[in-house]
Design a binder for this molecule. Structure first.
Ligand code: ASP
Ligand code: MG
Length: 472
């Protein structure tokens, strides 16, 4: 007999932000479980990871009164949600006990940090793991409350093993596949629903790691790949991946189909509906990934697969916008024809852990421009000035911090002539000046820099030019 379809359902923080929502999520899970084997992945309740980061800073700097009051608020919110989302007294008291125990454990870890006055990446991961350590038992309890069989796991307990890159750990897929096969596979075959904490995992020696902010999506795809799920649903608070931010473009649409490569490009350019690294496991194991709206699961959302899916005449699929960036221009006649300048620049920035989002060099070679996060600007400019100026490498280092990057993304651009001309004409027609241009060799995007005050207008211009408000 063939096994039932197997799906992973990942719910984000907003989707489980209060008792009502948790009860709705539990109903959706019960519905899905009628016809499928289901694995649930839960984020922390919305805002909790930020709160935990704040609490770890308060512990480190010994602001104990403020810390205590934050901790009490966290405890109250979760215990209230337990009361309101689970009606069976026996299940409720079991969940309450687990939640209380875990919050007490969190308190101990914070105490340790405040005594030492020191926080390592390892202890920080311990602290921020608690959001998901607490939410999973509650979600699990709410599903059990509806008469289904569930079992909750932390990422490490489920069998997700990573390296020890705390804060941004990388899954070790082979061992994860083996371990999750042992822990979760038998449950699935018995009709039990595993409810796994998103975002957190463990090293081979059992130390808690986290997968980077927004990393619960990654947990979903790691489990989907490891357990050969037929579908992975990332259930969030919007109808999938959009042609543009609907706050900027009111007639933005859901994109029904994307390739992995296009979705990756969109997440790199800031699409918040999906964590960029979460695409790695599904690409490697070729699993279909859906981005759906928790509050409207009947809406098809976006399906992301290996296929290209470019409609006839379709050029672009979405317009992205990255704010909070800055541009640095390095110039001077002394740069012309001198090999090694670019290498030197990137080495300096690399040594200072500064990430570059975009690079371009003019043909005259007298100018190199780059875009980076605004928060890195000061550090970058001073490092570059110290190592380049007055040494015959460059005459000027200029910075602009009031810029934004606009990018148009879509596989249909590949090899299609005239796309850049359309992009820049549409922008120029609105009187917007383009400061810098880049196209990756993937040809899946064209990105450019404009003044921040004009960036929304540029997004609207491109959305209109490529008729992204209409299905292709
Ligand atoms: N709770 C984590 C965060 O806020 C992970 C997630 O929600 O995906 O980043
Ligand atoms: Mg998210």
């Amino acid at each position: 007999m063939s096994r039932r379809r197997r799906i992973v359902l990942k719910f984000g923080g907003t989707s489980i932000g209060n008792a009502e929502r948790i009860k709705d999520v539990a109903k959706s899970v019960a519905e899905a479980a009628k016809e499928n084997q289901v694995i649930v992945v839960a984020s922390a309740m919305n805002g909790i990871t930020d709160t935990l980061i704040r609490m770890s800073d308060l512990a480190k700097s010994c602001h104990l009164d403020k810390l205590r009051s934050e901790l009490e608020k966290l405890r109250e919110r979760h215990l209230q949600v337990v009361e309101d989302s689970i009606s069976n007294p026996k299940i409720r008291s079991e969940v309450r006990k687990t939640v209380e125990e875990r919050i007490n454990a969190l308190e101990k870890v914070l105490e340790g940090i405040s005594i030492l006055g020191e926080m390592t990446p390892r202890s920080k991961d311990r602290v921020i793991s608690f959001g998901e350590q607490i939410s999973a038992p509650i979600v699990s309890g709410a599903i059990t409350d509806l008469g289904l069989k569930t079992k909750h796991f932390t990422g490490g307990e489920a069998g997700i093993v990573t390296d020890d890159e705390f804060g941004e750990a990388n899954p070790l897929m082979n061992i994860t596949k083996m371990k999750t096969g042992k822990t979760l596979e038998p449950l699935l075959n018995e009709g039990v629903i595993p409810v796994v904490s998103g975002f957190i995992a463990a090293t081979q020696t059992g130390e808690i790691t986290t997968l980077g902010r927004g990393g619960s999506d990654y947990t979903g795809t790691i489990l989907g790949a490891a357990l050969s799920a037929d579908d992975i649903w990332i259930c969030t608070d919007v109808n999938g991946m959009m042609t543009a931010d609907p706050k900027i473009v009111p007639d933005a649409r859901t994109i029904p189909r994307l390739s992995y490569a296009e979705a990756l490009e969109m997440t790199v350019f800031g699409a918040k509906a999906l964590h960029a690294r979460s695409l790695e496991p599904v690409m490697e194991y070729n699993r279909p990934l859906w981005v759906k709206n928790t509050f409207d699961l009947k809406h098809p959302g976006t399906l992301i697969t290996r296929d290209q899916n470019v409609a006839d005449g379709e050029v672009a699929k979405s317009v992205a916008l990255i704010r909070d960036v800055a541009m640095i221009n390095i110039g001077g006649a002394s740069m012309v024809g001198k090999p090694g300048i670019a290498a030197r620049i990137f080495q300096i920035l690399g040594q200072n852990s500064i990430n570059i989002l975009m690079i371009s060099q003019s043909v005259s070679e007298a100018n190199i421009s780059m875009v980076l996060r605004r928060s890195h600007l000061e550090k970058a400019v001073s490092a570059l000035e110290i190592s380049l100026l007055g040494k015959g490498f460059a005459n000027q280092v200029n910075a602009e911090d009031d810029v934004a990057v606009v990018a148009i993304v879509g596989a249909g651009m590949k090899g299609a002539p005239g796309v850049a001309a359309r992009v820049f004409k549409a922008v120029a027609d609105r009187g917007i000046n383009v400061r810098m241009i880049a196209q990756g060799s993937s040809e899946l995007n064209i990105s450019f820099v404009v003044k921040e005050e004009e960036c929304e207008e540029a997004v609207r211009a491109l959305h209109k030019e490529f008729k992204l408000n209409q299905a292709p």
